[in-house]
Ligand binder design. Structure first.
Ligand SMILES: [Zn+2]
Length: 192
């Protein structure tokens, strides 16, 4: 395990679309271990692979309900709306008001290639949307808007549902989508 360098600001790896993971091998496990170690060391709640210079569709998150490792995540459903302050480990010292869905259902493979389904609310839902944006080369700063009049961050914290979080279960179709997609051999990971 090792803490990796987090790319920031105008690093080109933050603005490229990441490719799907094809192999659930030791290299993936090492990357996932490093990503969670890097996220915890930086005191973040989420980290996407492009932020450490790896253009693969992977993110890790822990919004207080335990670690989720998401490989090739797909958003299935979103509902509701929440506005709140958001930050990003790739843009230290900055924060901005972003409107996101309040509830998100997504599927992702775990580290051993099992398809899982997760239902998230509140902060966890915000985090999932933020991290999946990273996998498409988008950063939250593109979505920052003016907070509504009278908005304070403290108020937003108070209104957060204490039990809001992520719950996981095996996706009903687990296995059905496990066919690895064929893709030309990769030419090494971006390390900008
Ligand atoms: Zn981010």
């Amino acid at each position: 395990m090792a803490v990796r360098n987090i790319f920031t600001d105008d690093a080109s790896c933050l603005y490229k679309k990441a490719r799907p993971v094809e192999k659930f091998d030791k290299k993936l496990h090492d990357l996932l271990d490093d990503m969670s170690e890097t996220m915890y060391a930086a005191e973040g709640v989420g980290l996407a692979a492009p932020q450490v210079g790896i253009l693969r569709r992977i993110f890790v998150m822990d919004c207080g309900d335990g670690l989720i490792e998401a490989v090739n995540p797909e958003i299935i459903e979103t509902s509701g709306e929440q506005g709140g302050m958001e930050g990003c480990l790739s843009f230290p010292e900055r924060r901005g008001y972003v409107v996101r869905p309040n509830r998100v259902v997504f599927r992702a493979y775990n580290r051993i290639g099992e398809l899982m389904e997760y239902e998230c609310e509140g902060l966890s839902a915000r985090c999932v949307m933020h991290e999946t944006d990273h996998l498409d080369g988008h950063v939250y700063l593109e979505k920052v808007t003016e907070p509504p009049e009278g908005f304070t961050e403290e108020q937003a914290e108070d209104e957060r549902e204490p039990e809001a979080g992520a719950k996981a279960e095996a996706a009903p179709e687990a296995g059905a989508e496990s066919e690895p997609k064929s893709e030309p051999k990769s030419k090494g990971e971006a390390q900008e």
